[in-house]
Design a protein around this ligand. Sequence first.
Ligand code: ZN
Length: 251
Amino acid sequence: MKVALISDIHGNLEALHAVLEDIRQQGIRDIWCLGDVVGYGPNPCECLDRVMKHCALTILGNHDQAALFDPEGFNPVALAAVYWTRDQLDAVGARDQINARWDFLGELPRTHKVDEYLFVHGSPRDPTNEYVFPEDVYNLRKMEGLFSRFEGQCFQGHTHIPGVFPESGDFRAPDECDYEVVLTGDKAMFNVGSVGQPRDGDPRGSYVVLDREQQRVFFRRVEYDFEVTAEKIYRIGELDNMLGDRLKSGR
Ligand code: ZN
């Protein structure tokens, strides 16, 4: 009845290890990934291998898509990381392993629906690419459009900023709701945050536990050694140093 929802790992193996361990310690076996396993970080292949092994469901993220097809709308730093990631996916491991990773990426669904729950990477309207930022609550048209696309609860990632958007029209960060939200049956969008590149000022890895029995959503934060990940990034010329720096500030 409990499922751990992880997202936006972005090739950060240290953060992924820490989050998987936190999930294991809670006795949760069901892990679903809302996309962006690769991109930005230094260990795309190793992270894909872990996700393929541990996650019962994985949704396609925009960075996963960019590794497969021609990337669109990426800034130069992200684009350089996409091309480096592609080269890694073609080079690391035996031929079977390389093929298995590409097959896995090529078959990822864009959405998944179970009962009253919808799972996407970006938004219920544009599941792979649309961002829903906290400040979007002031854009009533956008929020109405998003809420008209689903019933129940929608779980998403993509912005790397965890929190809940109730249909009443505000945004609450995890620390503003004591890291716990009771599901009342009202519509809501939940952002699970990012395992490997948080951007809400808290450098700890972020994920969510959906407890269907208790009808609750728990926001979790997990410490990991971001200095190790940052050092790996600094040693790879194609990955901009700012991608390492931002792990330390969580921005
Ligand atoms: Zn992402």
